[in-house]
Design a protein around this ligand. Sequence first.
Ligand code: SAH
Length: 204
Amino acid sequence: MKLRDLEIRLERLDGFSRPSAKLEQYATPATLAARLLYDACMRGDIEGKRVLDPGTGTGILAIGASLLGAADVVAVEIDPDAVSIAEQNRDDTDADVRYIVSDVQRPGLSGELGRFDTAVMNPPFGAQNVHADRPFLDLALATADVTYGIFNAGSRGFIEGYIRDRGTVTDAIGGKCSIRRTFAFHRKERLEIDVEILRIVRIS
Ligand code: SAH
């Protein structure tokens, strides 16, 4: 599938109906999601692989991974309403994704999930709760050999410090995330956020 075809298919997915600010529910724009997934695919980290999407929201990354030929995709999300939308999105695209409604921090979750080749994620950036991305990194590093994550631009150093003995950042791709006015405290119609996609390889 071409990058543009993936973008078009992901653009059709529904987003959050009533997004929660506390959970930092921002759906990844299709162009950014497609870029992350396509890059991961080119590096051999998607096709035929077991893929985990922690904090899947309405499912864009998990569904995209399935469309690009992942063998098995599991997605974890704390909000059951988001999972209902994600299930509908999956069914509308003929993707194959298994959803688990859970907090990523639930003890025992990583053992239940088993091993993955790749994690793809757009975790909360920590705008509402400081370090909100950490439990996502913990789960990804506990279960997957390679992780692709979307983070606030400039986070690389902090993330490298946090994952120090557990993973190495091998690549960083800059990007922009344009989000529509989602919450009352957003003053502008659109917000342009500089982000970076980091590829992290677990230290085994
Ligand atoms: N990955 C999606 C959603 C990004 S928004 C996308 O790329 O579009 C972050 C998501 O993490 C939200 O859906 C939010 O509900 C979820 N989330 C926040 N805290 C969580 C937690 N502790 N456990 C599981 N999911 C969580």
